[in-house]
Design a protein around this ligand. Structure first.
Ligand code: PFF
Length: 440
């Protein structure tokens, strides 16, 4: 058994620090460039019904399970699978398959870092003022080729590495305590300013006028489910690692629901900060890179105090992205530190260099697009299934319950039933549908 033989002694110092780090992971590009569009496109206020159901469900039984496993096994991704399968005399098998979600985390990190490099470069465009007059299409186009954004990419990885090297309490926790509240303040400020723009009403209409008929379309439910998974960072890996850094007095189900709550607030605030501005200038709604790197720069170019708000926006996106990247890179860092180097510094640097070196070769837009599709369609959902099934069926509800009851008190029986018979099947459904539709 791996229990209690960990060499690690660096933990989150408080429940708040832990929740902020998890919110940091959860709030990212998913909230900013996917949620606002999906909200409007799949039914406005009506979309909130399936979305909130899934966020609550996955936050409650899904996140709690990943955190609980991490704290129980006191080890990272691979060690946690080894621990669960070890209970059935098959630790060797767990140790092998644990690599899949671990590499999944590294894979998302590689793509994420490239996109954050584009964010940094766009931010610089607004700081220097060049992007206030340049054509955003041409400006963005200039960095989309092979090796097109190397310095920016390096800068993003270097910033993240500086945080990782400092460890869990001194690096990750402190960074999130500054970056996450800043993100909320900046985006909230923007949302308020944008509400005064003439013409913003059309954006609120897009976001909120309920189209109830969309609820009859199965796609709406699937999109809500996929969005909830990605947004909560449930991938059978990095949230397990964060869970391994919490002390026994933390109330895990409560912390999980708090994380889900803040993540949803961030998604709503992003929608309010983005769509009304886009509509005020008569530009159609969109999502993904087009929204962030083409549409929004056009909006900022025309908006009063546009340069100022563009800087605020891209700084906040960078904060949201880096705090997700930290969580993604923590999984391989933890693995290296525990199993190979014994040194936090060496482990962080190796992880960051590997993600940079692989990433540099897929910097062009079609390559990073294909990479992210593969990771988000195949690897991440597969990791979510593995995590969910391993926890609820291999480790088992009784063992998970014992862990969750520490710091929480008696757990309701329904929790285990929902986990086993609703949550696990839903992870499988989302994986199969993702493969069928080529991405959610
Ligand atoms: N939740 C992040 C987002 O919404 O952008 C993405 C993410 C981070 C997914 C960490 C998975 C993960 F482990």
């Amino acid at each position: 058994m791996k229990e209690n033989i960990s060499k690690r002694n660096d933990n989150f110092t408080s429940s708040l620090g832990f929740v902020l780090a998890c919110v940091g992971s959860a709030v990212g590009l998913g909230n900013i460039w996917m949620f606002p569009y999906r909200l409007g496109e799949y039914g406005g206020a009506a979309f909130l019904i399936p979305y909130l159901i899934f966020i609550f469900l996955f936050g409650w039984v899904g996140l709690s399970a990943e955190f609980g496993l991490g704290r129980k096994s006191k080890s990272g991704t691979v060690g946690s699978y080894e621990y669960c399968f070890g209970k059935r005399g098959m630790g060797w098998f767990g140790k092998k398959i644990g690599w899949i979600p671990l590499l999944g985390s590294l894979g998302i990190a590689i793509g994420y870092a490239i996109i954050l490099g584009w964010v940094l470069r766009t931010l610089w465009g607004f700081v220097s003022g060049d992007l206030m007059t340049a054509n955003p299409g041409a400006y963005f186009g200039a960095i989309l080729g092979d090796f097109g954004s190397v310095p920016w990419h390096i800068a993003v990885i270097a910033m993240t590495c500086a945080i990782l090297v400092s460890g869990v309490s001194n690096g990750i926790e402190k960074a999130n305590k500054i970056l996450m509240p800043s993100f909320f303040v900046l985006f909230l400020g923007m949302a308020i300013w944008i509400s005064f723009l003439p013409g913003s009403g059309a954006g609120y209409e897009f976001l909120f006028v309920p189209q109830w008929d969309k609820l009859l379309n199965i796609k709406t439910w699937i999109m809500a489910m996929g969005q909830a998974f990605f947004s909560l960072s449930i991938s059978g890996s990095s949230m397990i690692v964060y869970g391994s850094y919490i002390k026994k007095d933390v109330n895990i189900p409560e912390a999980s629901l708090r994380t889900a709550g803040f993540d949803t607030c961030a998604a709503m605030i992003s929608a309010l900060a983005i769509m009304p501005a886009v509509f005020a200038y008569g530009i159609g709604a969109g999502s993904g890179p087009v929204l962030v790197f083409l549409t929004l720069p056009k909006v900022f170019q025309q908006m009063p105090f546009g340069q100022f708000f563009a800087i605020i926006f891209f700084v906040a996106v960078l904060f949201a992205g880096i705090t997700s990247l930290i969580n993604l890179l923590e999984a391989p860092t933890e693995h290296l530190q525990e199993n190979f180097t014994n040194s936090r510094k060496a482990a962080s640097i190796i992880t960051c260099v590997v993600s940079l070196v692989v990433g540099i070769f897929i910097e062009s837009e079609p390559k990073v697009g294909a990479w992210m599709d593969f990771i988000s369609v195949v690897i991440v959902p597969f990791g979510a299934v593995m995590g969910a099934a391993t926890i609820y069926y291999i480790l088992g509800w009784d063992e998970l319950r014992k862990e969750l009851e520490i710091g929480h008190g008696k757990m309701p029986e329904i929790f285990g039933l929902v986990g086993k018979y609703v949550y696990v099947p839903l992870t499988i459904i989302i994986m199969v549908l993702g493969l069928m539709y080529g991405g959610l």
